[in-house]
Design a protein around this ligand. Sequence first.
Ligand code: FES
Ligand SMILES: [Fe+2]
Length: 476
Amino acid sequence: MGKVEQEFLKRSNPRQGQFKAPPFLPRRKSRGLGLERLDGERYLSREFMQAEWQQIWTKTWQLVTRVTDFDEPGAFHVHELGKESFLFVRGDDGQIRGFYNLCQHRGNRLCQVENGVLETFTCPFHGWQWNNDGSLKSVFAPEFFKQFAAGVPADELALSPVRVETWGGWLWFNMDHNSCTLREYLGDIGTHLETYEMDTWDLIDYQTFEWAGNWKHAVDAFNESYHFYALHPDMIQFGEGHDIPIELWGIHSRMLNWNRTVSELVADRETMTPLRTRMMTGRRAVPAGAKADVAHDTHLMEIAYRRSIENDTWLPYRHMNDEQLVHQYHYTFFPNSTFTQTPEGGAVFRYRPHATDPGRCYYDFFIIVRKPPGTPTTSTEERPPHKVHSLAEEVDYAAAFAGTFDPVLSNVLRQDGSNMATMQAGVASDAFKGMILSEQELRLRHFHKTIDDFISGKVSTNKLLPSDHYLEDERG
Ligand code: FES
Ligand SMILES: [Fe+2]
């Protein structure tokens, strides 16, 4: 048994021995991926950006938004990725489809608002129209077009489709019509996440932040917890990210951050401070007999509480392992969708490249919560407006998530974003020798290797790696 597993079992078996928290699925030891430094050019080069576009962005499954946002015929959502804009819409026949958001006349962006309900999409330039199933409705004054002398070629002028599929209550799309299915793509990690029954969750907030760094700096920043001690001094008061389990599952990966405990790096792990109370128990009265002696054992108390109500609650506690009840799994599907999960809700991150500048990216943040059965879904209009917080403004992260996210956690996001411009500048320095990655940063090494494998064609959506590819024992 490894050090991490021993530590977890030690924490999970308090002095009384009354609680037990075996790992969620056998912990899998992934092999190391070398010690080489990681070059800076991949964050800077337009050629590399173009290779990513051709081999990754146009071929992988991408998250759009919640399926429930398409709650009636004509409900649509516009989503941008790199240089492209896409229009997703539920047709009058009930089917959700996706298209390049592109007028077939002279190439204008067809739909220029993000959300709404429309039976007909009309290009604002010359008024060509499409139905909400993508078929051409009308060409204004077709008699002016000699090309249409024999009739308007409706099939040729239909909107260009992309593939769409749904999973976990989310709509996904893929520009590549020859890719494997979404479910094949998500693989075993998709199965893990199905435990959380995300189909029933409710999106309550969605905000976007433009950051002055390459999109991979943002992925890197969230896919390791080695930075918690230096960058997030508040967070280690109520969570642990030190020497954590990391697992590679084919092209995807996950890690486990322990919630409702105090980091072993903090001197006082015993006192239940107001911050710890707020973040670890939510000020909830705890049942008799489920008392944590010290702050760092709060997760044990919470496991006992959740177990005590598992047969009486609408939350999926009874299907879950003790680890899942209180801790936070952090899953990243290659290349850019991250799910951070608790039984009650989660934050979903999506990272998007800028259309032209390798030194900029978009970080999307979705907050989803599980609500009692029968609770109406929060509509797009009921949510705080989706805003792209641009580089041109001083972003107040607490204000951006007012009412939906604890200000302490909003501040953690601000801290994460604070390194983007400085990292982008640093890797461009003549003196930069390449990144030195620790084993706690193994997911970064794996992520960049996967990028290289897609670019070289060694791996693709039709040549996926088996989920045990990086297991230490089986493949060595
Ligand atoms: S560009 Fe759209 S109708 Fe002319
Ligand atoms: Fe962070």
